[in-house]
Every structure is written in C-alpha cells, then in structure tokens.
Design a protein around this ligand. Structure first.
Ligand SMILES: *Cc1c(COP(=O)(O)O)cnc(C)c1O
Length: 401
C-alpha cells in the first residue's frame, strides 16, 4: 500500500474511533439484539476467495461492529470493574500500533524497553512500593497474580531445598496456600495453572464486608503463600494487611496482594496512610486497565525480590545472565512476543502526574458515595460499606488527559 493510502486509512480509523466515542452519550449502553444479529448475519459467510479493499474492511468493522459493542467506554456504564481509556492513552496506543514493536527484548525494541522500565518505576513511585522491586507488564490482574504466584511458589520451595525450575512439582514439599473466603475467582484459576490446585487451599473466613478475618488465620507449617486482597470486587473492602503480613513474616510465608483495582488507593494521600501496611508484602498484582484507565489489556506484577521473579520467568532459567542493564522483558514475564503496553501506562502517568492520579481515584470514590447516598434515599438497600472514605479531597484538575 502506498504511503498516501496508508495515511488515509489510518486517519479514517482515528476519525471513526472519535465519532464512536462522541456518539456514546446518545446510545443505549447495551447493544440491541438486532445489532448483534445483523453483525452475526454479515459474518456468516465463507472465507472470501478474492481480496477486499482495505477501506471497505474498515467500514465494515465500524458499520457492523460498532453498534454491537457495549458502551463501556462511556460514562453511563457501571458493569463489573471496568475502566475507561484516557484519551491520551488511546492516542499513545495508536502511535505505538504504528511502531508495531515486538517488545520481548531490548534489541527488538530499545524504545519500548526504556518506556517499560520508566513506567514500572513510576508505578512503584505512585504506589509507594520499594524502588528495588522488579516488575512485569502483562495482560491483566489474572496474569499479574499468576506471575507473582509463580515467583512465590518457586521461592518458598527453594527455602525448603526444592528447585521447581529444574525439578517441577512432582515430589515437592506441599505448599499451603492461604486465601480469604472472598478471594477473586481468578485466583483459583491461577492456582490451577500453577499446579497448586483449586481445592487444596486453606480458606480463611471473611467478615460481612468480605475482609479476611485476621483472628481466623490457620495454623500452618512448611512452605506457604498467603494472598491478601486490596479491594474486594463486591464491597471494595481491604483486608487487614498489617496483621496478616506480620503473621506471614513470622511463618516465613510469602505475602501476595491481589490489588487489581484497590492498589491504586495507595496513590491517594489521606487514604494511602490507612492501608500502607500493604506495602510490606512480597508481591503485588494490579490492573492498569481498571483505575489507571488505560486500554485493555494491561496488568502489572511487582515482586519485591527481583531474583525471585527472574528465576521464575527468565527464558534460560538462569538469574546470572540478567546483570545487563539493557533489560529484556522476556526474562520477567510469562509471555515472549508482546505489545507495547508500557507506552499507555507511561502516557497515563505522565499526563495525570501524582496529583491527577490521586484526584482521579478520589473523585471516583466521591462518586461512589454520592451514588450510594442517592440510592439509599430512594429506598434501595446498600449492603456494603462504601469503604473508600469521604474525607478525601480532590481537585477537578483542569488538565485533560
Ligand atoms: C478484576 C480483578 C481480577 C482479574 O483481573 P483481570 O484484569 O480481569 O485479569 C482479579 N482480582 C480482582 C480483585 C479484580 O477486581
């Protein structure tokens, strides 16, 4: 394709995306059954023999695809725990899509390797996590939990003389995995994928808000991993991290935090102080596509012990090869070839700054309180405490991201 027609096509795509976003306020959030049937009908044809014009392909995607989408990018969507995408992150994604970098190594994309290191450093700074911790940008909190649990599994077994990397799990000393009763369903999938078993876990009873009860922790011995939650998906509640992590330390257990959305509360002055014990954990998983509002798919794993992460994820199984300052992402992530997630994370943090990030989270909490108040006044029962506090101050920042 000539340079000119490529430009035309890309500009057309950007225009269509902008029109789509502008139209969100005027449409139903859920697509109509008709629009889904129309799309499915149009897709129900055999693989064409002949090529199609690229502009027509794009037009089809928009004409048939756009109406069948859920308007989750708009302000009237309240399903699941779903972020939007800050316009700057969408723009960053467009540009990075143009770069089409394979981001597994420094050599394959020096630019993205640099953005990746910078964005991981900023995430740690924003959340007050240790500077020396290592990280991985992955597809979401599920894979971030997977990455951290893999590092944890290998490390706690290594302390008991077992090398998972070389020996696998057959014959290994059993690991006790301690979870709250309300651990997110994806944690069980992670345990299954890592050979730790969905049914072998020690489940700790939760209180009415879904917080793990620190007074009900089990008595354990041998290698152990405990998983805390910063932000219960149903209630928003935070586990009592101080007590649970101290309990884990005393038993030489690895403390991991599933903070898919809630971990971002650590970026909010006035609230961070109340949950700062989460910073004492050994590893943290969070989503950038939730509260940071970058496009899917984007999760972050942070592990305090760099070597533990590298040993679990390095392509060679060797940590010694990793002294090079030209950091290869492939040695810290489960995947190899991958896209430039770092660019969107960096763009969000650069555009928001510390204050913009804190305002974004605090404003959202204020909205939750306002909504709970109004629904309550309308006679609707609110079963959860809206835990993220109302004393947070925020500024309606004039900076638009
Ligand atoms: C959303 C969520 C997950 C899973 O995150 P994905 O990004 O969908 O992989 C895990 N734990 C909690 C607490 C969540 O809110």
């Amino acid at each position: 394709m000539s340079g000119e027609s490529t430009r035309k096509l890309l500009v057309a795509a950007a225009n269509r995306a902008a029109s789509y976003l502008e139209g969100l306020h005027a449409r139903e959030v859920q697509p109509s059954r008709h629009s889904i049937e129309r799309l499915n009908g149009a897709l129900g044809v055999p693989l064409p023999n002949e090529p199609s014009d690229a502009a027509e392909v794009l037009a089809f995607l928009d004409d048939y695809g756009s109406p069948a989408t859920v308007a989750s990018a708009g302000p009237r969507y309240f399903g699941f725990v779903t972020g939007g995408a800050l316009p700057v992150t969408l723009a960053a994604q467009y540009l990075a899509a143009g770069w089409d970098q394979n981001c597994f190594s420094f050599v394959s994309s020096p630019a993205v390797a640099c953005f990746e290191q910078a964005s991981l450093r900023w995430v740690k700074e924003a959340l007050g996590l240790p500077e020396s911790a290592e990280g991985a940008l992955v597809t979401g909190a599920t894979m971030a939990n997977f990455t951290c649990f893999a590092a944890a599994r290998n490390r706690v077994l290594e302390r008991h003389g077992w090398d998972v990397d070389r020996q696998g799990l057959f014959g290994a000393p059993p690991i006790t995995v301690v979870l709250g009763e309300e651990a997110h369903s994806t944690i069980y999938k992670v345990l299954s994928m890592l050979g730790l078993g969905r049914d072998r876990v020690s489940r700790v009873p939760a209180d009415a808000q879904g917080r793990m009860r620190a007074d009900a922790l089990p008595s354990i011995k041998g290698p152990a991993i405990v998983c805390l939650q910063a932000g219960n998906v149903n209630s928003g509640a935070f586990d009592p991290a101080g007590e649970i992590i101290a309990w884990a330390r005393d038993r030489d257990a690895w403390a991991h935090v599933d903070g898919a959305f809630g971990l971002w509360a650590l970026a909010v002055p006035g609230f961070a102080e109340r949950v700062d014990a989460f910073r004492l954990a050994d590893s943290w998983a969070t989503d950038a596509h939730k509260w940071l509002n970058v496009p899917y798919d984007s999760g972050v794993a942070i592990v305090r012990d760099r070597e533990a992460l590298a040993r679990a994820m390095s392509i060679s199984g060797s940590y010694l090869l990793l002294a090079d300052e030209r950091r290869d992402a492939i040695n810290f992530t489960p995947d190899s070839s991958r896209r430039a997630r770092a660019v969107e994370v960096w763009a969000a943090l650069k555009c928001l700054g510390r204050s913009g990030l804190a305002d974004l989270v605090a404003r959202n909490c204020a909205q939750a309180r306002a909504m709970a108040g109004r629904l309550g006044r309308a006679g609707i029962e609110i079963p959860n405490e809206v835990v993220l506090p109302d004393f947070l101050e925020f500024h309606d920042s004039s900076q638009e991201c």
